[in-house]
Design a protein around this ligand. Structure first.
Ligand SMILES: [Zn+2]
Length: 409
């Protein structure tokens, strides 16, 4: 039996009066999701713990059975792994923006005008920089985004970055967050690196061209989100499942890559919220031919939640639902278990994540069934899975696959 795990980012929501007191998921017309709910086991998932609002990074760790309280050190390592930087245990990793500063040193655009092309070329100009024996590895991601890994002795993630999150002022200095010599050193070499990078980037031909065209040059690096690369459990070894990740967002690929999953790189997955859902689930279907476990991540639900756009969220859930026919038991040739949930709630009324639990459904060909007939927050509360913690989800799924993690004789 194979296992498909679909995560709709920020899926959970609260009742909305314009939707007749239902949530976007409950209001949406979702015959396929409802079929899984009808045939499967339903429950509510407290992804990290009741009352704790997950980040997308900590949430995904928990969903894969990895306790974020033990293993999470910051977002940087996952972002870095997600854009393909090879991170090693003990490295310090950061999120980076290519940004613009003017002649006076003030930040005029934190995203260099959301630069579309050329950051790869710019990051190549910064290759091979070493300061006091510390290696600096920068890799460009999509648009203005990049990640930085620093590697060497005597480093720490106990530093505060230089991204003020607002424009108009000079970037703040890197600050050590404690008195340790490691924190002093890390702040000092990051300062030197950023100055050096600024010199190189300001002279880059691409930036001269951008300035001539009236575009924001990508002449500065804003660095934030430090994390020491942790030693995390290997998902494949832990669960004896050959595993693949179908995602577009760097963070999700990064979590999966660090846990040892195979990352499906396919240009059909690179469109962000605009990714062709049909293509994404085609890729998923192909991956299920080659792997025991496929994790498919869909981001748009969360983006619409952050905009407070419950109509768009509802329509997007309907679009996802349309694509799930492939995985219904009557359409999928092999024995397939399907698990569907969100990584956290993002109520449209909050325009942000919340600690509300998310509905989860687990279907397998001979699973226990409950009386739930539709997939939704209030229906799931009546299901036979009850209230679960995210870190227990994989164990429950493995039980469906007869890959029981036995405790005792
Ligand atoms: Zn999320």
């Amino acid at each position: 039996m194979k296992l498909l795990f679909i995560v709709m980012d920020g899926l959970g929501d609260r009742p909305i009066s314009d939707l007749g007191g239902r949530t976007p998921l409950e209001y949406a017309n979702t015959p396929n999701l409802d079929k899984f709910a009808n045939l499967g086991m339903n429950g509510l998932l407290h992804v990290i713990a009741p009352g704790v609002t997950p980040g997308s990074d900590t949430a995904h760790l928990a969903l894969f059975g990895v306790d974020p309280y033990t293993y999470y050190t910051g977002r940087g390592p996952f972002e870095a792994a997600g854009i393909g930087l090879e991170v090693k245990e003990g490295d310090i990793a950061f999120r980076v923006n290519f940004a613009t500063i003017d002649d006076s040193g003030a930040i005029t655009d934190r995203r260099a005008g959301r630069i579309k092309q050329g950051t790869e070329e710019l990051s190549k100009l910064l290759e091979g920089i070493e300061i006091d024996g510390i290696q600096f590895l920068l890799r460009a991601g999509t648009e203005h985004r990049a990640a930085l890994v620093i590697r060497g002795e005597g480093l720490t993630d106990k530093v505060y970055g230089n991204d003020p999150k607002v424009e108009g002022n000079d970037p703040p200095h890197f600050k050590p967050l404690d008195e340790s010599p490691e924190a002093q050193k890390t702040a000092r070499i990051l300062t030197s690196y950023v100055m050096k990078a600024k010199d190189i980037l300001s002279k880059a031909e691409l930036n001269q061209d951008r300035a001539d065209k009236g575009l924001f040059p990508a002449n500065y690096l804003l660095i934030r989100g430090p994390g020491k690369v942790p030693k995390v459990p290997n998902f494949e070894q832990e669960y004896c499942l050959e595993s693949a990740c179908v995602a577009g967002g760097g963070l999700y690929k990064g979590v999966a890559r660090m846990l040892g999953m195979h990352i499906i790189e396919d240009e059909r997955l690179t469109g962000g919220t605009d990714t062709d859902l049909s293509a994404k689930f085609d890729v998923t279907l192909e991956a299920l031919n080659n792997y025991d476990f496929v994790f498919t991540h869909v981001k748009g639900t969360d983006n619409f939640s952050h905009d407070g756009n419950y109509k768009a969220k509802t329509e997007f859930i309907e679009k996802i639902d349309k694509e799930l026919y492939r995985f219904l038991p009557e359409n999928f040739e092999q024995d397939l278990a399907v698990m569907i949930t969100g990584d956290h709630s993002s109520p449209c009324s909050f325009k942000d994540h919340s600690a509300d639990p998310v509905p989860v459904v687990i279907y397998s060909s001979d699973c226990r069934v409950d009386k739930v007939e539709k997939f939704g927050e209030s229906y799931a509360a009546e299901g036979n899975l009850g209230h679960l913690l995210g870190k227990h989800l994989m164990g429950i799924a493995l039980n469906e696959l007869r890959l029981v993690h036995k405790f005792g004789a």
